[in-house]
Design a protein around this ligand. Structure first.
Ligand SMILES: [Zn+2]
Length: 200
């Protein structure tokens, strides 16, 4: 998308989703009504993954950044389609997401834990890109299989498209961020009430 390249601000993706699958969808957003994609290069994807705590595995081989970008965008699109379908009460086709899951190969492995015992860890065995995107694909699958979809929401501000999983106790979260959209809403309401007051 040509317009997105002009307005995207890599590294600025807000992590407001409270679930990796939501933060995945939030890498596409809207600024002043213009769709933006914070993933313009493979480096953008790596930076986003690093912020999630996902780093290339030792010995996984070189990461082809063009391939990483293409596969990350495909994963995001598969996730978006399945999540939107689910919210609309449709089943959706998991084949595309399953392709990402099936590429995420791993094997259990015993490691010395440094205290005379062992720790059971999973060691990634797939290609470098699948190893990076696998945990994200798994988070999406986990959301689809386990989450309460009444808590999967988009920010209520009409100019905002950010997603979040509402983990608040009251389950009344309405905004991606109180500091941004919540305050924009409050300010608009305040201006409206002042106008009404002046008209009286
Ligand atoms: Zn918002």
């Amino acid at each position: 998308m040509a317009t997105a390249a002009l307005t995207a601000s890599p590294g600025d993706t807000p992590f407001v989703g409270d679930h990796p699958a939501m933060d995945l969808l939030n890498t596409r957003a809207r600024e002043d009504g213009v769709p933006t994609d914070t993933w313009e290069t493979g480096t953008d994807v790596i930076r986003w993954l690093t912020r999630l705590g996902i780093a290339p595995a030792a010995g996984a081989g070189r990461v082809d950044e063009a391939e990483l970008l293409a596969r990350a965008r495909d994963l995001r699109e598969q996730a978006r389609k399945l999540i939107v379908a689910r919210l609309q009460g449709k089943a959706g086709n998991p084949a595309g997401l399953n392709a990402h899951l099936h590429a995420y190969l791993g094997t259990p492995s015993l490691r010395r834990d440094g205290a005379g015992g062992f720790a059971l860890v999973r060691v990634a065995r797939g290609d470098a890109v699948a190893t990076l995107l696998g945990p994200v694909a798994e988070a999406v699958a986990d959301l689809l299989a386990e989450a309460d979809f009444s808590l999967v929401r988009q920010c209520e501000h009409p100019d905002c498209v950010l997603w979040f999983y509402d983990r608040t106790k009251s389950h009344k979260r309405r905004w991606c961020s109180m500091a941004v959209c919540g305050n924009r809403h409050k300010a608009a309401r305040f201006r409206a009430s002042r106008r009404e007051g002046a008209a009286d």
